[in-house]
Design a binder for this molecule. Structure first.
Ligand code: ADP
Ligand code: TRP
Length: 332
C-alpha cells in the first residue's frame, strides 16, 4: 500500500517562484510514488474575507497553475476544499478537543494578531484545526510543506492522537512534513529582505504567469547596494538574495561567473540583473505558456475539479463514517 500524501495552498493570488520551489515541485515529484491529494484551500482563505469574485478567480488561478506545473489528475487527486464538506465536519469534531491555550500559542495566530489586529476572527484561531482536518480526513502520513508549517503539523499530530486516545482507536496515523531535499527551500524575494511572499507585495514576487516584460521590470527594480568595495567580502542580504535566485534559475557557470566578478569587485549590477531576468524568463516561459493554454479550457478545468471532488469525497466519507461511529453517532 502506498503512503498517503496531502497538501494544499490557500488561493490568495497567483503562484510565485517561492510557492513553486517550496511546495509545487515536491507535489509533482511525489505523485508518482504516493497516493496524493492536492487541494486548493479555499475555506482557509475565508479568514481574510475575499470578495466572491476574487475568491473564485484565485481558486481558478491555483487550479490552472497546479496543472501547468505538472500535477497530473491521472496520478493524483486534485480538488477544491469546499467541494468536500466532510472536511468541515471533521474540523468541528477536532475543535471540541482543541484548547484555547494551545491555539493561542500558535505562531501563525500570534503573527496575525500583530499584522491584522482589526480582524482577529475565530477562523484564524482555529486555522490549525482546519488544517489538521485536511490532513487527517485522508489519513495522510506525509505532508509536503515549507518550514513555516511545521508547528501546524505538530498540532495536527496532537489533535489526531488526542482523538485516538479519547475514543480508544487508531483512526488517525501521525503525519510528518516532507521535502525531497535535506534543507527546506526558502526562495528569497526581490525587496532585499526575507522570503518571496505575496504579503510583501507584487514587486517582491516573480509569478509563474509573469510575462518577460514584467519579469525584466521587476528584476531591474530589485534592491541592491553601492557594490563591493573589498575583494571577497561577504554579501549583504539583498545581494545574497539575488545570488540565491540565480542559483535556482541559472546554469552553475553563470552563477560562478558573477560570483567571481563580485569577489573581484568588478560586478556590474545592471548586467547581473539582466542575466538573472533572462534566465528567469527561460525558466518561466514553458510554464507560462501552459498556464495560458489551460486557462482557456474551462471544460477541462470543470472535469478535473469534478472528478477530483468525487475521489476526495469518497475517501473523506469513509473516515467520517468511522469517526461518527467512534464518537457515538449511531444509526438506529
Ligand atoms: P505566501 O507567503 O506568498 O502567502 P503561502 O503562505 O500561501 O505563500 O505558501 C504556500 C506554500 O508555498 C507553502 O507550502 C509555503 O511553505 C510555500 N512557500 C511560500 N513562499 C515560499 C518561499 N519564499 N520559499 C519557499 N517556500 C515558500
Ligand atoms: N497552511 C498552509 C499554508 O499556509 C495551507 C494548508 C492548509 C495546508 N491546509 C493544509 C498545507 C493541509 C498542507 C496540508 O501554506
Amino acid at each position: 500500500m502506498k503512503e498517503t500524501v496531502v497538501s494544499g495552498i490557500r488561493p490568495t493570488g497567483k503562484l510565485h517562484l517561492g510557492n513553486y520551489f517550496g511546495a509545487v515541485t515536491n507535489f509533482v515529484k511525489m505523485q508518482y510514488d504516493y497516493n496524493c491529494f492536492f487541494f486548493i484551500a479555499d475555506l482557509h482563505s475565508l479568514t481574510t474575507h475575499p470578495t466572491p469574485q476574487d475568491l473564485h478567480g484565485y481558486v481558478r488561478h491555483v487550479l490552472v497553475e497546479y496543472l501547468a506545473c505538472g500535477i497530473d489528475p491521472e496520478q493524483s487527486t486534485i480538488y477544491i476544499q469546499s467541494d468536500v464538506p466532510e472536511v468541515a465536519e471533521l474540523y468541528l469534531y477536532l475543535n471540541m478537543n482543541a484548547y484555547m491555550g494551545e491555539l493561542e500559542r500558535s505562531t501563525s495566530f500570534k503573527d496575525k494578531i500583530r499584522s491584522q489586529p482589526d480582524n482577529v476572527n475565530a477562523g484564524l484561531l482555529t486555522y490549525p484545526t482546519l488544517m489538521a482536518a485536511d490532513i487527517l480526513i485522508h489519513k495522510a502520513t506525509k505532508v509536503p510543506v515549507g518550514k513555516d508549517q511545521e508547528q501546524h503539523l505538530e498540532m495536527t499530530r496532537t489533535f489526531g492522537n488526542r482523538f485516538n486516545r479519547m475514543y480508544q482507536s487508531d483512526l488517525f496515523p501521525e503525519p510528518h512534513a516532507f521535502n525531497y531535499s535535506d534543507n527546506l527551500v526558502k526562495v528569497p524575494g526581490l525587496d532585499g529582505k526575507g522570503k518571496m511572499s505575496k504579503s510583501e507585495g507584487d514587486g517582491n514576487c516573480i509569478y509563474l504567469s509573469d510575462s518577460p516584460e514584467v519579469i525584466r521590470k521587476k528584476v531591474s527594480r530589485a534592491v541592491t547596494d553601492g557594490g563591493p568595495t573589498e575583494e571577497n567580502q561577504a554579501k549583504p542580504e539583498a545581494i545574497q538574495n539575488l545570488f540565491d535566485l540565480m542559483k535556482i534559475v541559472s546554469p552553475t557557470d553563470t552563477l560562478n561567473h558573477f560570483d567571481q566578478l563580485y569577489n573581484q569587485c568588478a560586478i556590474r549590477y545592471g548586467d547581473f540583473k539582466k542575466q538573472l531576468a533572462e534566465d528567469m524568463i527561460v525558466f518561466n516561459s514553458p510554464i507560462r505558456e501552459k498556464i495560458e493554454e489551460i486557462a482557456k479550457d474551462t471544460d477541462y478545468l470543470r472535469k478535473v475539479a469534478t472528478e477530483g471532488a468525487m475521489k476526495a469525497k469518497e475517501n473523506a466519507q469513509k473516515t467520517i463514517r468511522e469517526a461518527r461511529e467512534l464518537i457515538g453517532f449511531k444509526t438506529f
